[in-house]
Design a binder for this molecule. Structure first.
Ligand SMILES: Cc1cc2c(cc1C)N(C[C@H](O)[C@H](O)[C@H](O)COP(=O)(O)O)c1[nH]c(=O)[nH]c(=O)c1N2
Length: 220
């Protein structure tokens, strides 16, 4: 058997990549079957990790009371965030829907245990944040697998780290990397909502690619 993907397999992978969206407002209340949740968590668990550290944990939140508490944390942080923008930009910011915490049937916090495999980790010695980046790889695996399952995912980072830790009872050494809203959706948008709502456009790829060395030019 060849190690290469067939054309259809390749297409399916790119379809997941290009049609994955950050979902905030399109969640349906339909329950997510346990075996599907398990499949996407397995996908996350098969992410690469520095020194094969596998520093992640997955806190699956379904209790409406816990979701409501996280939503209150979001609201407090979001008011602070809105105040950082001026004039029209603030008005636009305030109109954006930036979370689906209470609408999504499942919320999922992906955390990083920075001490999982002892103090010396193969590959992390000179770049200590690599364990955190490994957890982000797990997030992306889950996000793409969810898309292939027809499930939407939305990442909510408008939260104070300590407030989230307190609300979820996360111990001191553990870092919450991603708070995700997860569930079936009415539809997937064709492109990023921040683009369709006029917040920011996708930069042209060519403007971001350098050859051999850093080039001193602005993207876009
Ligand atoms: C680390 C990180 C953190 C956040 C996000 C993403 C990532 C990678 N995004 C989603 C972000 O806005 C979105 O990915 C981009 O706008 C591109 O859109 P698509 O993901 O392609 O739909 C996001 N979106 C949102 O509405 N509220 C949020 O708090 C965050 N936080």
């Amino acid at each position: 058997m060849s190690d290469a993907f067939t054309a259809a397999e390749r297409e399916a992978l790119y379809k997941a990549i290009f049609s994955r969206r950050d979902v905030r407002g399109q969640f349906l209340p339909d329950p997510v079957p346990e075996e599907i949740l398990h499949r996407i968590l397995e996908a996350a668990h098969h992410a690469p990790s520095v020194g094969f550290m596998q520093p992640w944990n997955f806190i699956v939140v379904t209790d409406p009371a816990v979701k409501a508490a996280v939503h209150a944390d979001f609201q407090a942080a979001n008011e602070e965030a809105a105040a950082m923008f001026e004039g029209e930009r603030r008005t636009l910011y305030s109109r954006l829907k930036l979370e689906g915490i209470r609408d999504a049937p499942i919320n999922l916090c992906i955390t990083c245990d920075r001490e999982r495999s002892g103090p010396v980790v193969l590959g992390r010695t000179h770049m200590p944040t690599m364990d955190l980046y490994s957890c982000v790889c797990a997030v992306q695996n889950l996000w793409l697998a969810a898309r292939a399952e027809g499930l939407g995912v939305g990442w909510v980072s408008i939260l104070h780290e300590q407030a989230l830790k307190t609300t979820l009872g996360i111990p001191g050494r553990i870092v919450p990397v991603a708070y995700l809203c997860l569930g079936y959706v009415s539809h997937f948008e064709a492109g990023p909502e921040l683009e369709s709502k006029g917040w920011r456009r996708r930069l042209p790829l060519e403007s971001l690619v350098f050859r051999d060395r850093w080039e001193d030019r602005e993207p876009g």
